[in-house]
Design a protein around this ligand. Structure first.
Ligand SMILES: [Fe+2]
Ligand SMILES: [Fe+2]
Length: 443
């Protein structure tokens, strides 16, 4: 596996440098950010941006686990660089469109970085499976978000999301190929790990991001991503890509061979002995040794202090035309934030950050965090007064979905192999459908 990872790393880097690098400051037409887009769109962008904010944890904690693997560790660092551009691009849009002020951006950042993301699985191979699932989920998050941005005619966001989703597809392919390679060496162990990870999968950020449940509800309502999309667009396609059926069994022709030598393999297979570096030395969120536990009185006081400091500082800082602090990001792009007729929209992460139109006071929840009431779902669903239609899921994959999948595949290692795989998956799908429709045997 080590040789495989090193070879894949080199192929990946070459392809990335030659075909996929993009510049978040120049390659996105930020001037086309649309200030008339909905608050709901901004909520969704903010949620994904929030997930990408845990990059220091995604990179450092994994790196500790895989530091002895040249291929995986170097890949991981490069992956982290690409992910950092995703959050920069999403943050730029929130500012450029006028949905968020620089003060709101800082407040969200402080609220988010108080919590730590922990590795959800403690075996490197399970982490490969986890990241594979997460990357495909992220591809669809951004691709489906792009559909809404298109409806709302925000061409800056559409452009950014298209670049990002191709990156995510390529990331998925890297991990998918690793899983397939592992299956060649240890079918059963890899499939067991995969099943375990699927059974215990949660998207990163769920227990860290303030207001996550409300954000997840909005994402599901809009049809961008919910339990239905998870099964239809992520879980089932991954099983297909790996040649597994719905019960995690290998497809029939391999099944027969698999059964024959399972017993021998079970005895022979020894799980890898993995020594995790100092990962366990990091205090968990709830631990009293973590100086910044989420939702603690201390965090809240710190946020209040920071807010007071910010308010004091904002008077002396250079201000933009809207009376808010200047954003270093927009300065780098070279634009002023758009002005929204309705004012900036409300963050779900830090609802009372400066920039809000005056409104309801927040209240403290039992854990010391300030919670601002969010309009409740009245059946149709509403955020900031916007009605959400509720979703029956996205339509069938459209031509652009297919095109982006192919574009991502073509920019990935083993493009040729994957072309052949797509053909095979199509025929497997037909075979599976036929099996499912077969009438029960007559007695
Ligand atoms: Fe990303
Ligand atoms: Fe990614």
């Amino acid at each position: 596996m080590e040789e495989f990872f090193y070879r894949e790393l080199i192929k990946y880097l070459k392809l990335a440098e030659e075909k996929r690098r993009w510049n978040p400051f120049k390659d996105i037409h930020w001037a086309e950010a649309n200030p008339d887009t909905s608050d709901t769109l901004a909520h969704c962008v903010e949620t994904f941006c929030a997930v990408e904010m845990y990059l220091p944890d995604f990179t450092s904690k994994m790196l500790n686990m895989i530091r002895r693997s040249r291929g995986r560790a170097w890949f991981h660092v490069n992956w982290g660089y690409e992910e950092s551009k995703h959050s920069i691009a999403l943050e730029s849009w929130l500012l450029a469109s006028g949905h968020r002020t620089e003060e709101q951006r800082k407040a969200a950042e402080e609220a988010l970085l108080g919590a730590e993301w922990e590795l959800p699985f403690d075996h490197p191979r399970q982490m490969v499976a986890y990241t594979m699932i997460q990357e495909l989920a992220t591809f669809w998050n951004y691709r489906n978000l792009e559909k809404i941005a298109t409806k709302e005619k925000d061409w800056a966001l559409v452009g950014a999301l298209r670049l990002i989703s191709v990156d995510e597809r390529v990331h998925y392919n890297f991990y998918r190929n690793a899983v397939k390679e592992w299956m060649k060496h240890d079918d059963q162990g890899m499939v067991e790990d995969l099943k375990y990870v699927f059974d215990n999968f949660i998207m990163p950020g769920k227990s860290q991001i303030p207001g996550y449940d409300e954000s997840a509800r909005i994402l599901a309502k809009t049809g961008i991503y919910g339990p239905r999309e998870y099964v239809k667009l992520v879980k089932n396609p991954i099983l297909e890509d790996l040649g597994l059926d719905k019960d995690f069994h290998l497809m029939e022709e391999r099944e027969a061979q698999y059964k024959a030598d399972r017993e021998a393999r079970e005895a022979a297979l020894q799980r890898e002995q993995i020594i995790v570096g100092n990962g366990h030395a990091i205090p968990k969120n709830g631990s009293s040794t973590n100086p910044h536990p989420l939702n603690s009185k201390a965090l809240n006081e710190q946020l209040e202090n920071n807010k007071a400091r910010r308010n004091g500082a904002s008077r002396s800082n250079a201000e933009n035309g809207n009376g808010h602090q200047r954003s270093p990001l927009l300065d780098a792009i070279g634009m002023e934030p758009k002005r929204r007729a309705a004012g900036t929209s409300q963050s779900l992460i830090v609802p009372d950050a400066p920039g809000l139109p005056p409104g309801e006071e927040g209240h403290e929840n039992g854990n010391g965090a300030i919670i601002r009431p969010v309009p409740q779902d009245d059946g149709g669903g509403a955020t900031n007064g916007e009605r959400l239609p509720g979703s029956r899921g996205m339509d069938k994959l459209d031509a652009l979905d297919q095109q982006l999948i192919v574009e991502g595949d073509e920019k990935s290692n083993n493009a040729e192999e994957m072309r052949a795989e797509r053909r095979k998956i199509r025929s497997n799908r037909i075979k599976n459908d036929r099996l499912r429709r077969m009438p029960p045997e007559e007695s």
